[in-house]
Design a protein around this ligand. Structure first.
Ligand SMILES: [Zn+2]
Length: 378
């Protein structure tokens, strides 16, 4: 049997730094291979394929006895960069410290051990899929490749939620706005166009739009926002700039849509054009991710909430979350996805940890969730 703490230690020790986010990063291959072997030894059928060159996704399937609903557990194998010490997991005071303990190798290890228990006990009626994908920290290439190849009736994403049930979360759109100027010597204004300064009205528009978005804050969904993220442009002091590129992020609340964000961006560009017709700006979508909002009484939400109540003994909090996760890709592909995972902290920081008792709870909650959602054999 795989032991959840021992499996997590091995996963954390295998550096899987996202190689796009961190050029030269180790990538997900070693973690994928550990997971493939752990799932094989647990009695699952394993499918491994490259979602990007040298960066494999790995999916394990526990076939059901027939007739039940299928459930997928989905998690990302990549991590953000860490120091060498962070890839040497350390257990102290009931916690494991290390890069990826919390985000999100703990949740992955819990689901693998839960599936192994199911494989060795009475098999559920529906299939159980364990899908471990690359590249969530950058562009979700792994989740997108996953939904092209595997499907399920619903999914659970075991990211850290402190044992709370997350049925909705925000989305986002990233834009590059290009303001085209005309390069010329600074002393020849008749030939130049100031691509940087003419974009000023767009920046003012972003400030005003964000003020308006702030008024839409709700206790349940949080605060939508828009902000400038990056700015580049110009060649040197004695020249008119040929170009200015402004990176913009629009964070969407559950209930908002990517189309809404695109319409706002068009209005921002129109406003800048109206302010000065020399403004020559266009926007390009870098990444767009719809928010997620499942019904509170969707069967996968109630299956997880009931399992958590049975295991922990109190009613779990059922809530929304602000950040975007790979669950968005699953939901867009028609796989309703709820988020539930262990307790921890320090995501993307120097001191990342997971609470090991909450990890044991997750194993039990996942096993119970499958039994309820996928059904007992006829
Ligand atoms: Zn994560």
């Amino acid at each position: 049997m795989n032991d959840v703490v021992e499996l997590l230690e091995r996963l954390v020790a295998a550096d899987s730094t996202n190689p796009v986010l961190e050029p030269g990063g180790a990538g997900e291959a070693e973690v994928a291979s550990i997971l493939a072997h752990a799932m094989e030894s647990a009695g699952l059928e394993v499918d491994v394929w490259d979602a990007a060159p040298g960066r494999p996704n790995v999916v394990g399937r526990l076939p059901g006895t027939g007739g039940g609903r299928s459930l997928m557990f989905c998690g990302h194998t990549d991590v953000v960069a860490g120091t060498p010490e962070q890839f040497r997991p350390e257990i102290r005071d009931g916690r494991m410290y290390g890069r990826g303990t919390n985000d999100m190798k703990g949740g992955i290890a819990a689901a693998v051990v839960a599936a192994e228990r199911l494989a060795r006990g009475v098999r559920p009626a529906g299939d159980v899929l364990l899908a471990w994908v690359i590249d969530e920290e950058w562009a979700s290439v792994g989740a997108e490749a996953l939904v092209e190849r595997h499907h399920a009736d619903a999914a659970v994403l075991p990211e850290q939620t402190d044992l709370e049930v997350v049925f909705a979360h925000g989305g986002f759109v990233w834009y590059d706005v290009v303001s085209t100027g005309k390069e010329s010597a600074g002393g020849e204004p008749q030939h130049g166009r100031d691509g940087i300064a003419l974009a000023g009205e767009l920046l003012t528009g972003i400030v005003e739009l964000d003020r308006e978005l702030a008024t839409r804050e709700t206790a349940e969904w949080g605060r939508p926002n828009v902000h400038a993220s990056t700015i580049t442009g110009g060649q040197n002091y004695p020249s008119y700039p040929a170009q200015c590129v402004i990176g913009v992020e629009r964070c969407l609340m559950p209930g908002e849509t990517v189309a809404q964000a695109h319409a706002e961006m068009e209005r921002l560009l129109d406003r800048a054009r109206a302010a000065d017709d020399r403004f020559d700006g266009t926007s390009r979508v870098v990444i767009a991710r719809e928010p997620v909002m499942l019904a509170r009484d969707h069967p996968v939400v109630t299956a997880v909430a009931d399992a958590a109540r049975a295991e922990i003994g109190t009613d779990p909090v059922v809530r929304s979350d602000y950040g975007w996760m790979d669950s968005g890709v699953l939901v867009e592909a028609g796989i309703p996805c709820v988020v539930f995972g262990p307790t921890g902290a320090g995501l993307h920081t120097a001191e990342e940890w997971i609470d090991l008792r909450s990890l044991e709870h997750c194993v039990d909650v996942f096993e119970r969730t499958v039994r309820a959602f996928c059904g007992e054999p006829a």
